[in-house]
Design a protein around this ligand. Structure first.
Ligand SMILES: Nc1ncnc2c1ncn2[C@@H]1O[C@H](COP(=O)(O)OP(=O)(O)OP(=O)(O)O)[C@@H](O)[C@H]1O
Ligand SMILES: [Mg+2]
Length: 111
C-alpha cells in the first residue's frame, strides 16, 4: 500500500485525539481511512464509526475514498467480507466493522 506522511502521522501516534488541519485535497480523508482500515484489520472486533455532517457528504467524500482504497489495495481487500451499501458498513473477516454515520453533533455557527 502506498502511504504518505499524513498516513504515518496518524498511524503512529498514541494520542487520544488527533486533529488534522490542511487544505482541500491534502489527503486528510484518504490517509485517515487507510489508517482506519489497518486498525480494523489489526484489532479484531473493532467498531469504527466515520462520522460526517450528512450522508450525501459522506457519499461524495469518505465513502467514495473508502471504495477506491479497497479496490486499489488487495492487502486490505483480502480481509473484508463485504460492504453493505444500505447500512454503509464494511464487515471484516475478524469481526471488525467500519460504519459511516451522520454526525449527531450539532454544529453551532458563531457570527
Ligand atoms: N494517499 C493517496 N493515494 C492516492 N490518492 C490519494 C491519496 N490521498 C488523496 N488522494 C486523492 O486525492 C483526493 C483528495 O484527497 P482527500 O479527499 O483525502 O483530501 P482532504 O484533505 O480530505 O480534502 P477536504 O479538506 O476537501 O476534505 C482523494 O479523493 C483521492 O482521489
Ligand atoms: Mg476530506
Amino acid at each position: 500500500m502506498k502511504c504518505n506522511p499524513v498516513f504515518y502521522w496518524n498511524y503512529e501516534t498514541n494520542a487520544e485525539v488527533i486533529i488534522n488541519q490542511g487544505g482541500t485535497g491534502s489527503s486528510k480523508t484518504y490517509s485517515i481511512l487507510q489508517v482506519l482500515f489497518l486498525k480494523a484489520i489489526e484489532h479484531a472486533g473493532s467498531v469504527i464509526t466515520v462520522a460526517g455532517q450528512d450522508i450525501p457528504n459522506l457519499k461524495r467524500g469518505a465513502i467514495r475514498d473508502a471504495k477506491t482504497i479497497v479496490s486499489n489495495t488487495p492487502e486490505i481487500a483480502q480481509h473484508i467480507v463485504g460492504y453493505n451499501g444500505t447500512d454503509k458498513i464494511y464487515n471484516f473477516k475478524n469481526g471488525s466493522i467500519i460504519e459511516a454515520s451522520e454526525s449527531t453533533v450539532t454544529l453551532i455557527s458563531l457570527s
